[in-house]
Design a protein around this ligand. Sequence first.
Ligand code: XBP
Ligand code: MG
Length: 232
Amino acid sequence: MDRAIIFDVDGTLAETEEGHREAFNTAFEQAGLAWSWDQDLYRRLLAVTGGKERIRYFIEDFGADGAPQDNLDEFIRALHAAKTTAYTELVGAGRLVLRPGVRELISTASECGYRLAIATTTTPANIDALLAATFGDAGQGLFEVICAGDSVPNKKPAPDVYLRTLEELGLPPGRCVAIEDSRNGLLAACAAGIPTIVTPSLYTGGENFEEAAMIAEHLAAVDFADIEKLFG
Ligand code: XBP
Ligand code: MG
């Protein structure tokens, strides 16, 4: 089959951002920082994709105290590594489930011979933890291509991660459909020329999705036949 469905992870496969927010706050507490991101602040910080970039954004644009003047890169790297440990532990404890329709769509697409890929801003360890927690051992071989995190120079809304995914699939954008939850993700997929389905999530519900090929509350509300119509 020369068609592929490319899934975003956070907010699309599962409602993960509350787990990320909890993990950030755990890492801040472990580091002795008086930082705590509530939902209103986190919604604003989600304008920046990538956990390390989000921490830097908080320090530089929200006047956070406690970060060192020098070796800031190492400070952020270490803090984010602690966050990733906290996040993968809560995912491994079974705290997250797939969004409605995700498992069924993956199953139907696989049965129909569609190739499956992931294009995400998140850290690879987070994907491994989520796939193991939600698919068990079967999660390992489910996605033919996984492009994530720092593997590309520019994170969403830049198209880099989708362009890299297309390259690894060896497919043109018209033979793919992307599934996203956020405007940053929609812009990234559209900039790569990929028709995109948006299923808004907890933190993205009010965003502008005018470029989407389809908008649905969740994937359980989408007929596979309607997805097939989106392919060139
Ligand atoms: C969402 C992101 C990520 C997560 C946090 O990624 O922007 O940064 O919020 O994960 P996507 P990390 O929607 O593209 O899956 O801390 O590992 O970045
Ligand atoms: Mg997302």
